[in-house]
Design a protein around this ligand. Structure first.
Ligand SMILES: [Zn+2]
Length: 315
């Protein structure tokens, strides 16, 4: 599609080898949607991807970020400095800032959540050792020049893009929609591969928020989705439906594990997921399980039994 460029940028994560930034022409320059992660050589990678499209970062007239995860806003501080442009993003609840400015505190918060969820001390110690050395993937904490909220329009040569709040994957996630072309910049709300991810601890019910956000996107009637990872896809409504089904299946499986006895989230994980638990997928599966349990509680299918550790039982 003329004037739309996919910038495929590398990631250091197993199973997620790249993310997409999108450049959309505007006058002499372009609007850049998302940034790629900040890591050694990442700015050169962005320059190279832009050069392959005949673009230069200096000609970006606006940076728009779909949400404040490292692979979508990690290079924002460097980009706005080089291009001299504004950053528009929905303000986050401070978790990105904490990751940069209070890394120790943020790690401790995660450790506390895990401990309360029944994770044994030896695993917590290993997590701290490994994560303590990992770079956060963000050049610097940065405040948006403009809050990306409904009502804000992003002008491009293709037309104006409207802003739609889609929390769930991240509390400050938004999608952008171009109504005449029926194009959706979906960030990580909708991906070609159906693998929802939820952030825990920053909003009351990430799974419930995600399900509502699916309805928001479904009603837009997009015909082409430009996602934050992977290729574009056209069957947007099938992806919405696929996500609903995956969430419903996982809720059912999680609920089944706590039918006969109260369990901690840590005990639920191996019973509800076929994957073998490892240091790589453990934190992710625990986070998702906590989000599922929280949602089950919200919709009246489970009760939390306060205590140390916290347990859950279905009813
Ligand atoms: Zn992402």
């Amino acid at each position: 599609m003329p004037g739309v460029y996919r910038l495929r940028l590398p990631l250091p994560w197993p199973g997620v080898p790249h993310c997409n930034a999108w450049a959309v022409s505007r006058g002499e320059g372009f609007v850049l949607f998302d940034t790629g992660m900040h890591q050694p050589g990442s700015m050169e990678q962005l320059d190279r991807a832009l050069a392959m499209c005949g673009l230069r970062l200096e000609d970006a007239s606006l940076l728009v970020c779909t949400h404040s995860h490292t692979d979508h806003c990690g290079q924002a501080a460097d980009i706005v400095q080089r291009a001299g442009c504004e950053l528009w993003m929905k303000p986050d609840e401070g978790h990105m800032r904490r990751m940069v400015e209070d890394r120790e505190g943020e790690l401790q918060r995660r450790i506390e959540v895990a401990r309360t969820s029944g994770v044994p001390e030896r695993i917590l110690r290993r997590y701290l050792q490994e994560r303590g050395n990992v770079e956060p993937g963000i050049a610097a904490a940065i405040e948006p020049d403009r809050a990306l909220l409904p009502g804000v329009m992003v002008e491009t040569d293709l037309g104006a893009w409207s802003v739609h709040e889609t929390p769930g994957h991240a509390p400050n996630h938004v999608c952008l929609f171009q109504a005449q072309q029926r194009l959706l910049i979906s960030g990580d709300h909708l991906l070609g591969r159906i693998s929802p991810y939820f952030e825990y601890g920053h909003s009351p019910d990430p799974v419930g928020e995600f399900l509502e956000s699916l309805t928001v996107v479904d009603e837009l009637g997009a015909r082409l989705c430009l996602a934050g990872h992977g290729r574009t896809f056209t069957d947007v409504d099938a992806h919405v439906q696929g996500n609903r089904e995956v969430v419903a299946q996982r809720l059912t499986r999680v609920a089944a594990t706590i039918e006969t006895e109260p369990l901690t989230a840590f005990e639920v994980v191996p019973r509800a997921y076929d994957s073998i638990l490892s240091a790589a997928n453990g934190p992710w599966l625990l986070t998702e399980t906590l989000c599922m349990l929280t949602h089950l509680e919200r919709i009246g299918r489970a009760t939390r039994i306060e205590g140390e550790p916290l347990r859950w039982v279905a009813h």
